[in-house]
Write a protein that binds this ligand. Structure first.
Ligand code: GLN
Length: 321
């Protein structure tokens, strides 16, 4: 039977079974060796609405690393400490249309300010900005922000972190370039450690749905009943998710799904249906959605996950537009 305000779970389970087959069109990320070992055919989803009711299907409990989804948390953390203007002096809010790890625009546009915090260049800059004089202190601040939402200190997947650290040639190149142009607020290796550890935070779909839910409610946590992040910062983060969160497929995702979302190369997608829309009767007013489907496309987005979200957006009429 269904939960009031939520669509029936058997529909979701059927869609997961159908869209799981789409994974054969993608591949698990292999440039981080530890990610290449994952079963590509997994697909799971968790939806949480403001009363805390969850709707889940498929491999929703499987742990995976946050990867680029952590860029949203890092950005919110830096803004909470410094305020929005300070952060936006150091990273812009424009989409690039380039790959997430692209370096080309840093030199093309003098003086090399990263275009947005949802791509690697911008996120490495944001990592360097986190308060503290060491990577430990910066991470401690970041973990505290995470804990405000999920209630637990996050754990880092050490194997994934080591794998990233040993293979981070492109991220190192980005960080050195940013150091040269003055956009890195600490040493290269310190910023990289913070950035790659935040990428290696272990989550499942429930935790990213929970973060999505707090974003859907403009920073209000419905279980602790506290405003955990200022509304202005959350609005900005959602605008960045919509315009830049799915990398160089952000335009297509906005067109086909129409929700703020952030993906990661481990196959996670964090998305949300904002509250206070002139609402659609068959869907709750404000909910967080976490997806895991490790086979990704050429842009780095979960193939089965995006396909499932397209179906949900069409059938449940949840586009924000
Ligand atoms: N750790 C990954 C990297 O920096 C994160 C990128 C991603 O999820 N797109 O390459």
């Amino acid at each position: 039977e269904g939960v009031p305000g939520l669509p029936k779970v058997d529909v979701l389970q059927r869609w997961v079974a159908e869209h799981r087959t789409m994974a054969s069109l993608g591949k698990v990320a292999s440039y981080i060796p530890a990610l290449a070992k994952v079963d590509p055919m997994q697909l799971g989803i968790c939806i949480i609405e403001p009363r805390g009711t969850m709707m889940t299907a498929g491999d929703w409990q499987v742990p995976f690393t946050m990867q680029s989804i952590a860029k949203v948390v890092g950005f919110i953390a830096a803004c909470c400490h410094w305020g929005i203007p300070y952060v936006l002096d150091r990273v812009d809010v424009e989409p690039t249309g380039d790959a997430f790890n692209s370096i080309i625009r840093l030199e093309m546009h003098k003086p090399g300010k990263p275009f947005n915090p949802m791509i690697n260049a911008g996120a490495i800059t944001v990592s360097s900005l986190l308060p503290g004089d060491s990577s430990e202190q910066k991470l401690d601040y970041l973990y505290g922000i995470f804990q405000k939402v999920t209630g637990a200190r996050p754990a880092v997947d050490e194997e994934v972190f080591q794998s990233e650290w040993m293979n981070a040639h492109r991220n190192r190149a980005l960080a050195h370039y940013l150091k040269d142009t003055g956009y890195l607020a600490c040493e290269v290796e310190e910023a990289l450690e913070v950035y790659l550890k935040q990428c290696s935070i272990q989550v499942n779909t429930e935790q990213i749905a929970m973060i999505g839910l707090v974003l859907a409610l403009d920073g209000f946590h419905p279980m602790s009943r506290k405003q955990v992040f200022p509304k202005e910062i959350v609005r900005l983060a959602k605008a960045l998710m919509l315009t830049c969160g799915m990398y160089d497929a952000s335009g297509k995702f906005a067109a086909n799904v129409g929700l703020p979302a952030k993906s990661g190369v481990s196959g996670g997608i964090m998305t949300l249906v904002p509250a206070n829309r002139r609402s659609h009767a068959s869907f709750p007013d404000g909910c967080g959605i976490g997806i895991f489907g490790p086979a990704i496309d050429a842009c780095g987005n979960s193939v089965a996950g995006v396909s499932l979200l397209k179906e949900m957006a069409r059938e449940w009429d949840i586009s924000i537009f």
